[in-house]
Design a binder for this molecule. Structure first.
Ligand SMILES: [Zn+2]
Ligand SMILES: [Zn+2]
Length: 274
């Protein structure tokens, strides 16, 4: 049984999730969640299979708002989005958003997915990074850092997402000093923005990784800098709403965290003890 009774990062059939929003809300309520934040992938004008179909954005908002009323007083429901850097919509009108970088914009105008098919990322690295995986990592972290710092985004989604395809492709050495310095240098300025760093267990549910994003060395530094964390399941299927939460809490405690933040019952962000 985990202590985290919330997730601010869930997907439904409005984007690439498997579970319809009302079923997801019911599953969260049955688990005793105090809150649930929906975060469909914000509309984008490319790769339409993964995001809210732009004409359905109002329908998405209306349905989540109706779930909010339905569960009022029992579980607090929030309307969020996971907003990719290259999304075509503003996060205005949402209760909160998660900032994510899922693509590289190629010089030819196409978008190369970072966490899609491994071959596609390999293609990007070969064509635009001279085959150098570390150069790809450098670009990824620079994009995410600039997004979070300039937009002052509420939540940093899956900070080291490049680990997903690094598992099969081995593009860079995650243990190397060069890589760890790159990641730490990108994370450091984010700590000053007050953004919440997400501990994301989604890749575990889908069998891509055995540990959450971000790697422990990053969580350790974040703690030293006084940063706050939020534990999220990035769930695409209601069976995995709180997958690996207990293990993530144990990891956080081992790194010195005594609390985390979740979507509150009464206020947007609330602390709870670990
Ligand atoms: Zn994502
Ligand atoms: Zn997500």
């Amino acid at each position: 049984m985990s202590l985290t009774l919330s997730s601010a990062h869930v997907h439904t059939t409005f984007c690439d999730g498997k579970t319809p929003a009302p079923d997801m809300a019911r599953a969260a309520f049955e688990k005793g969640f105090v809150s649930l934040g929906f975060s469909s992938h914000a509309p984008q004008d490319f790769d339409p299979g993964y995001c809210i179909d732009p004409p359905r954005e109002e329908e998405y908002k209306a349905l989540i708002r109706s779930l909010q009323r339905e569960y009022e007083g029992r579980m607090t429901v929030y309307l969020g989005i996971e907003r990719d850097l290259y999304s075509c919509v503003s996060p205005e009108g949402y209760d909160y958003y998660l900032a994510a970088v899922h693509y590289f914009l190629q010089p030819d105008g196409h978008h190369a997915p970072i966490d899609g098919k491994p071959e596609r990322l390999r293609q990007y690295v070969d064509a635009y990074c001279g085959g150098d995986g570390m150069e790809m990592a450098r670009r990824y972290f620079a994009l995410l850092r600039d997004y979070v710092v300039s937009w002052k985004t509420p939540i940093i989604a899956h900070f080291d997402l490049i680990r997903k395809n690094n598992a099969p492709l081995r593009l860079f050495d995650e243990e190397s000093a060069v890589y760890q310095r790159l990641a730490l240098d990108a994370l450091r300025p984010m700590a000053d923005t007050g953004a919440l760093l997400e501990v994301n267990t989604g890749a575990i549910a889908r069998g891509y990784l055995t540990t959450p994003y971000p790697a422990p060395f990053l969580l350790k530094a974040w703690k030293e800098w006084g940063g706050e964390v939020i534990v999220n399941s990035d769930c695409h299927d209601m069976r995995y709403l709180d997958i690996h939460f207990a293990e993530s809490e144990a990891l956080l405690r081992s790194l010195g965290y005594d609390h985390a933040v979740w979507l509150g019952k009464d206020t947007l962000w609330e602390r709870y003890s670990l």
